[in-house]
Design a protein around this ligand. Structure first.
Ligand code: C5P
Length: 252
């Protein structure tokens, strides 16, 4: 039996709900962006690009500069290996990390159990544990070719339920899948979504995008935004505009 997962406090302000993807290569850029935006956004996402260039030092730098970290390394391996990587992430002080739900119930269950154990034993803050359901870059025919039949949405909900059973706090999903996940997993299950574009912004390579207002109204807890902020003439103004768009959802 997995011990009951202690409740993770839901984000309250729209600022807390905005995660900036630091998709850059070097620590100088990280330092400049975090100095500018710490306290103005909820978290900074460190993904495979930054982590393979700069390593754990990127996480340490963000923490020292006053930012919270979402470590987006999407662990997928045998249960012991993922659990050990998750312990490493916990000791780095990240606020959130993720694994692939398709790695199995046992992989997620052991990870959740080990993170709880280490936090208890070492007096550490427990990170929010998320699972990636189906990558938004995959469609029905991609899934068929790796042996998964049926609709994408059914697979997303199946994996979200598996993650919940394993003791994960929530999932990473497309904003278009939020209603199905909410119906299956309830209000307290955390949903984090990328693929968000401001009302008048460029889409880049994101296809099925939503605006921040639509995403919040649809029931998303956290939104992840990269290029619309990193490539803005003034990232601080882009962040303020984004938060204002999210707040409109709360007003309507
Ligand atoms: O620049 P943009 O806002 O598109 O950045 C979105 C971030 O979310 C990127 O770091 C990307 O890797 C990540 N992401 C995504 N789609 C997924 C999972 C992660 O866009 N399905």
């Amino acid at each position: 039996m997995v011990p009951p997962v202690e409740l993770v406090r839901p984000p309250v302000s729209m600022r807390e709900r905005l995660i900036v993807a630091l998709d850059v290569d070097d620590l100088e850029q990280v330092k400049a962006l975090v100095r500018l935006l710490a306290g103005k956004v909820g978290m900074f996402k460190v993904g495979k690009q930054l982590f393979t260039h700069a390593g754990p030092q990127a996480v340490k730098l963000i923490r020292e500069t006053g930012g919270e970290v979402f470590l987006d390394l999407k662990f997928h391996d045998i249960p012991t290996t993922v659990a050990k990587a998750a312990i490493g992430a916990t000791r780095l002080g990240v606020r959130m990390f993720n694994v692939h739900a398709s790695g199995s119930l046992e992989m997620m269950r052991l990870t959740a159990r080990e993170v709880h154990r280490v936090c208890r034993q070492e007096g550490l803050r427990r990170p929010i544990m998320l699972a990636v359901t189906v990558l938004t870059s995959l469609n029905k025919s991609d899934l068929e070719r790796v042996g998964v039949g049926g609709e994408v949405m059914d697979q997303v909900v199946r994996l979200a339920l598996l993650s919940q059973e394993a003791g994960m706090d929530g999932v990473v999903a497309s904003p278009h899948e939020v209603a199905g996940i909410r119906a299956a997993c309830g209000r307290r299950f955390i949903i984090v979504t990328p693929g968000i574009r401001p009302q008048r912004g460029k889409r880049n390579d994101q296809r099925r995008v939503m605006t921040p207002e639509e995403a919040v109204r649809g029931g998303v807890d956290y939104i992840v935004v990269g290029r619309p902020i990193l490539e803005a003439k003034d990232p601080l103004v882009a962040v303020r505009d984004m938060i204002a768009e999210m707040e409109r959802a709360a007003l309507s």
